[in-house]
Write a protein that binds this ligand. Structure first.
Ligand code: PRP
Ligand code: GLN
Ligand code: MG
Length: 505
């Protein structure tokens, strides 16, 4: 769940891309990058860090041009080296740059094919570099003069070759901007336009909030398997490029990943989270009608929307019992468990008077590794709570994610192989309440009834791309568990080939 943005405007795009990336920062805090296109040349700045730390005034001044793409990264493949931050670039054919949100599940096989049949070299361990090269190779078959149909044909072959979840935005030197979404629509991507008197300007982004901030009118989501091409005059061309498209978006976007003010596949995330709160309230009403909850307390930030609705639905007082340090980012998407653990207490502090002598129901949007809830329950007890109950607006997370969320190791998931009651005992709760998976789906459908299928793999272990088996998951776990990532942390010292001398500071 990285964030991507593409912008074609009538004036310089650097500031517009920067602003969009800051709005998408919640999708990736590890690295940020921007590639602009100016008079036939690409200009790049990318580095590890938050948007505000990566782009300084001197970088912004050099990122010239009316066309560009940007990325905020939360790695799910390869290393966290700067060299694997995005956008990526390849010189043939034409000169192409690409930014990707998602994760390819057949990237090893593709890498092999790229080398042995397509005569292309992949220089990093990033699956995004693989995706770019597959796209480049397929475009190369279309000849020198690209019509929209040529680009769509190339994307069609990309879909045939690539497996997994992917939303990508790309610039082809001198030709235009391209975006495409995987045939299952797992990862989100939307587009919109703005006209400030000089003609149509186009923005493509992971979430509609980026368009809101830039003053763009949202047109719609890209459909699963659909590609979009914006020519150099700003004309938009779209075409479905998948053989069997079906919409099965990642339901975890609604649970945690996306901002509440985002509209995803026709459903406001704010609305779906409210419905999650109501459904959870219903479950408490039916399974625990004689509950003795005095107060409902959210665990900021993401659970707030559901917790407030749950409290109202139950008719119980809602109170903000934890104060959040606004200068600490999201803990779940931090790279290592030590950092994640330390950050919970740095981020959240209890307000004693809301806990003293009370039976509190703490509500979180989800429990993944259990890092947050274990410490929060402890803090609630230290603050004087009599009973500490815990509710999760999502069902138990029991299976790894392979489509762009960094949950690669089942053994690190607190609910893996455990019942709901066992999780409650392990985290030290006096009672545990989880959302039911059918209720979670129903919560989303209540906001947009057209949403039929979802990728719910982290909850039900069903991988909709059909290519995931035990061996794949075992290999992924071995490669990307926290310890393995820690031992490759020295990768930060790698030299990135992308850096121009004046990019390095
Ligand atoms: O069980 P865990 O492994 O701790 O993961 C789940 C927690 O992590 C997320 O919070 P985060 O701090 O990332 O972001 P938020 O401020 O948006 O809630 C999520 O909202 C849960 O609180
Ligand atoms: N979270 C993502 O979308 C990650 C994109 C890509 N797989 C990377 O690791 O950079
Ligand atoms: Mg949270």
């Amino acid at each position: 769940m990285c964030g991507i943005v593409g912008l074609m405007a009538k004036q310089a795009v650097n500031q517009g891309i920067y602003d969009a990336l800051t709005v998408l920062q919640h999708r990736g805090q590890d690295a940020a990058g921007m590639m602009t296109w100016n008079e036939g040349r690409f200009l790049l700045r990318k580095s590890n860090g938050l948007v505000r730390d990566v782009f300084h005034t001197r970088h912004m001044a050099r990122l010239k041009g009316n066309l560009g793409i940007g990325h905020v990264r939360y790695p799910t493949a390869g290393s966290s080296s700067e060299a694997e931050s995005q956008p990526f670039y390849v010189n043939s054919p034409f000169g192409i740059t690409l930014a990707h949100n998602g994760n390819l599940t057949n990237s090893d096989q593709l890498k092999q094919e790229l080398f042995s049949s397509d005569l292309r070299h992949i220089n990093t361990s990033s699956d995004s570099e693989v995706l770019l090269n597959v796209f480049a190779h397929e475009l190369g078959k279309q000849g020198l003069h690209l019509a929209p149909g040529d680009i769509f044909d190339a994307v069609r072959r990309v879909h045939r070759r690539c497996r997994g979840g992917y939303a990508a935005v790309s610039i082809i030197n001198g030709v235009g901007m391209v975006a495409f979404r995987d045939p299952n629509g797992i990862r989100p991507v939307v587009f919109g336009t703005r006209d400030e008197g000089e003609g149509q300007e186009v923005m493509i982004a992971s979430e509609s909030v980026a368009l809101d901030v830039g003053g763009f009118e949202l047109h719609r989501d890209l459909a699963p398997g659909e590609a979009m091409f914006v020519d150099m005059d700003g004309n938009i061309h779209t075409q479905s490029c998948a053989d069997h498209p079906r919409l099965a978006p990642c339901i975890f976007e609604h649970v945690y990943l996306a901002r509440p003010d985002t509209l995803l596949d026709g459903a406001y995330v704010y609305g779906t989270r409210m419905q999650m709160g109501r459904k959870l309230g219903d479950r408490i009403k039916s399974e625990w009608p004689d509950h003795d909850i005095d107060v409902v307390i959210p665990i900021p930030d993401t659970s707030r929307t559901s917790a407030l609705e749950l409290a109202q639905h139950l008719g119980v007082t809602f109170r903000e019992g934890f104060m959040k340090n606004r200068y600490i980012g999201r803990t779940f998407i931090m790279p290592g468990q030590t950092q994640r653990k330390k950050s919970v207490r740095q981020k959240l502090n209890a307000i004693d008077i809301e806990f003293k002598g009370k039976n509190v129901l703490l509500v979180d949007d989800s429990i993944v590794r259990g890092t947050t809830c274990r410490q929060i329950i402890q803090m609630a007890r230290e603050a004087g709570a009599r009973k500490v109950y815990f509710a999760s607006a999502a069902p138990p997370v029991r299976y790894p994610n392979v489509y762009g969320i960094d949950m690669p190791a089942a053994s690190e998931l607190i609910a893996h192989g455990r019942s709901e009651v066992e999780v409650g005992e392990l985290i030290g709760a006096d009672r545990m309440v989880y959302q039911d998976l059918d209720d979670l789906k129903a919560a989303c459908r209540e906001v947009n009834p057209a949403l039929d299928e979802f990728d719910c793999s982290v909850f039900d272990g069903h991988y909709i791309t059909g290519d995931i088996d035990e061996a794949y998951l075992a290999e992924l776990e071995a490669m990307r568990n926290d310890e393995a990532k820690l031992s490759s942390a020295g990768d930060h010292a790698l030299v990135g080939m992308h850096n121009q001398e004046d990019d390095i500071d």
